[in-house]
Each structure stands twice: as structure tokens, then as C-alpha cells.
Ligand binder design. Structure first.
Ligand code: GLN
Length: 236
């Protein structure tokens, strides 16, 4: 955890620009699953007019429409805090628009390439079609997460560079390119899964916690696991 606090600091980046699909649910589930393990948490909401604190533990970025996404990327690049936090070893979960803007570059609404924050080696542009619907994917076995489900709604397509690894292989849906879904590099993870992603995939929440606090005990199955199973059954 951060040097300055005994609490796990969960930083929600720009809820005023990047929060289209119930992204707050990701914050709530992360806090809940931490506290069930006896880990105290602190939630920090960072609006787009605020400076991004560098000493957070887990940073969350949600989805957004094309124009708010551009504004968010410009402000994050000018601020520099998210990049410094990632360089210090913070964990990052970035969803859809958030995923695109933490990469090296992404396409604006006319597919002009714009610079991203540059903490994940991916490049995004616009596809011919919009990817909309349920998505199911099998996560890289190295991460111990299994099969994930979500809802995707994006025009972007994403190519993964040599320093990043695909998060998962798609079973249903488009994700990055119809073959893979999401990417990670160290403790920085991006995905097209909305839903929101963490309530639908408790194992993904636990991965972020493990990245920051180390081994954590399993929890007895609860409604989160039931939701996961229900969504998987509905999508396949
Ligand atoms: N504007 C981006 C796209 O269409 C991201 C959309 C989103 O976050 N749902 O690809």
C-alpha cells in the first residue's frame, strides 16, 4: 500500500467525464472486497479540474463519449499524476475510453490519432463498425482470473505493442480486434468490458487487490459470483 497511509487508496479518475456505464460500481466492489479482507480503504474522487494524486494504490478510469474522452486525455497528459503513479507501481484499471487514453495513441471522432497518457503499450483507432453487445473472454492464465464477461459499446479497435500483453482471448464479442480483449503491462490493465466490469467479475477485482497488497484469502461465493455465472450463461 502507499507509503503515506495504512489505507488502500482507491482513486477514481474523472467521474465527471469518464463514467458512462455504472463505472462507480467498480469503485464500490473494490472497496467491498478489500474491506471483507480487513483492508481499510479510502476512496478519492478526482474531478477533471483537480490534480491527480500520485500516492494512490489503485486508479480507476471509466468509459466515455468521444469528446469527453479527448478532454480527459488532454487533462491527464497535462497533469502528469497518473503517469507518475503508474511509474511508482500503482495498479490501474481503465475501461473502454479510459483504456484507449492510457495507451500511446487513440483516434478522435474523425479517427485522427491523438496522443495518450502512454502507460500501456497499445494504439487505438476507429473500426468500420461499432462493437456493441455482450462479450466473453478467457483471461491470460498467468493472471488466475478465468473467464470474464461484460458489455462492450465502442467504435475503437486496439493494437497491442511489444511491451503489453493481451488480457484475454475473446470467446464472444469484438474487444480489441475480434481475437483478443484488453491488455496489461505490469500492474496497468485496460479492457473494453463495461457492465461494470468488477461487479460482474469479482476475480478481476481480486487481481487488482493482489497486485497492491499481495496474497488475499478467498471469499465465500456471494451474489457477485452468482451474477458472474448468470451473465456467462446468458451470453453463451
Ligand atoms: N469513444 C470510444 C469508442 O467509441 C470509447 C467508448 C466507450 O467508452 N464506451 O471507441
Amino acid at each position: 500500500m502507499s507509503d503515506t497511509s495504512s489505507r488502500l487508496r482507491i482513486v477514481w479518475i474523472y467521474p465527471d467525464l469518464l463514467s458512462t456505464y455504472g463505472d462507480r460500481g467498480n469503485v464500490l466492489i473494490l472497496r467491498r472486497r478489500a474491506e471483507l479482507r480487513g483492508i481499510a480503504t479510502e476512496i478519492v474522487h478526482v474531478h477533471s479540474s483537480d490534480a491527480v494524486p500520485v500516492e494512490g494504490d489503485i486508479y480507476l478510469l471509466g468509459g466515455g463519449e468521444d469528446r469527453p474522452q479527448i478532454l480527459a486525455a488532454e487533462r491527464l497528459r497535462a497533469d502528469g499524476g497518473l503517469k507518475r503513479a503508474a511509474e511508482r507501481g500503482a495498479a490501474v484499471l481503465a475501461i473502454c475510453a479510459g483504456y484507449q487514453i492510457i495507451g500511446e495513441s487513440y483516434g478522435d471522432d474523425a479517427d485522427n490519432p491523438l496522443p495518450g497518457v502512454g502507460i500501456l503499450d497499445v494504439r487505438s483507432g476507429r473500426g468500420e463498425t461499432r462493437a456493441v453487445g455482450e462479450i466473453v473472454a478467457d483471461v491470460d492464465p498467468n493472471l488466475g482470473v478465468g473467464r470474464i464477461t461484460g458489455f462492450e459499446n465502442h467504435q475503437g479497435r486496439t493494437a497491442i505493442g511489444p511491451n503489453a500483453v493481451p488480457l484475454s482471448r475473446t470467446v464472444r464479442g469484438i474487444g480489441n480486434d475480434g481475437q483478443t480483449e484488453g491488455a496489461y503491462q505490469g500492474q496497468v490493465l485496460g479492457t473494453y468490458l463495461h457492465g461494470p466490469a468488477l461487479p460482474r467479475n469479482p476475480e478481476l477485482a481480486d487481481l487488482l487487490l493482489r497486485w497492491r497488497v499481495g496474497a488475499i484469502p478467498p471469499l465465500p461465493p456471494s451474489w457477485g459470483e452468482r451474477l458472474h455465472e448468470e451473465r456467462l450463461a446468458a451470453a453463451l
